[in-house]
Design a protein around this ligand. Sequence first.
Ligand code: SAH
Ligand code: SF4
Length: 405
Amino acid sequence: MKTTETTGGSQRPLSLSDLNVNQLAARVSDLGAESYRVTQILDGAWRSVATSWGGVTTLGKPLQERLANEIRFSAFDEVERQEAEDGATTKLLLTLSDGAKVEAVLMRSPADPRRGSGPRATVCVSSQAGCAVGCPFCATGELGFTRNLSAGEIQDQVRIARQILRTEDRELTNVVYMGMGEPLQNIDAVFASIDGLTDPARGGIGQRRITVSTSGVVPGIERLAKQRPQITLAVSLHAARNPLRDLLVPLNRKWPVEAVIAAADSHSRATGRRTTYEVTMIDGINDRAEDSAALASLLRGSGAHVNLIPMNAVAHTPWQESKPERIEQIANQLRAAGLTVTVRRNRGREAGAACGQLAAEKAGAPTPIAVARRRELLLAASAAALQGQRTAQPIAPSGPLGGEA
Ligand code: SAH
Ligand code: SF4
């Protein structure tokens, strides 16, 4: 019989990456196996390309069978792969044991001799199935919230990425929590996953090579500074003025932009690490003169790094990416305010790779009526926000999981 656990309220079979080393040792001993088997198990999981207990040949058949009856080797029932950008990007659609689907994206970049950096491979992981924050330009926000991922479900996204890279003779260099979900609204599992990933027995990635991105959960930023000070913080800012940020990041109603910046500044002071701000550039919405001026004045002197990312168009919004010339102008305006700025290409667009898009497709489209209604509401709310009016209610997602559909 398979062992089950009750993470996040649902009964799911226990998977290997949900066990820390002590818990794994206890299980191995319960199975009557010797303690050196723990190392063999972890090596098989993290240093080979095995996808099942049967692939960990060092264990021998009887133990493989006993383990298979007790513990799932992988957190995922299904792994669907899509390649994009001539193989530079691999998008993974992962089915969890309860049928929920999440995405992880593996991005490879060549060495850059000018900056003295070697080849990089970054995996972008999901921390939740869906997301409760509901940013209207985001495909995940549109899906609504399904559930938190467990620490093992997060780590196994990295494990699969490592296995893919191993077959190419490449190393994983960075992990970013920028997939589906708001990591700081699942902070205990996210911290436990960081502890697992930095464990030398499980790949041992350096804490400084891990970035957590948040839409602005202030208490979470404070905990990150105190409890995991080596981790890089990225803040999804999108707008410097509250009326517009209320619309683009509904969490702004709870923690307004001043509180988010104050928390990020104190994170930076406490940890000595520079904050990265992410701004998704939306044509005619957050790229107008008053917004770029407000952004420059808000961040002036902070020493922060700003990533300007053209919005990936998603079906339910009336919005498009900003014009490249406008993004360049804003980048220069921010540089003049003493900030370092990167204009990002939107990785994996060919595979529909922006946050949650693939999973949203699989979940089925919301009805055309719901989409049309949503677009109308967004147009009205953005017109009001651009005039400086703060609206009382966030706009509910149009479904398929989130509401009106
Ligand atoms: N919830 C966290 C982390 C995951 S989202 C956060 O919001 O920070 C990761 C990044 O993708 C965020 O900066 C988000 O704003 C961005 N993003 C979401 N939808 C996008 C879209 N349609 N186009 C471009 N960037 C998008
Ligand atoms: Fe959630 Fe981030 Fe998408 Fe906003 S942008 S809905 S916080 S995943």
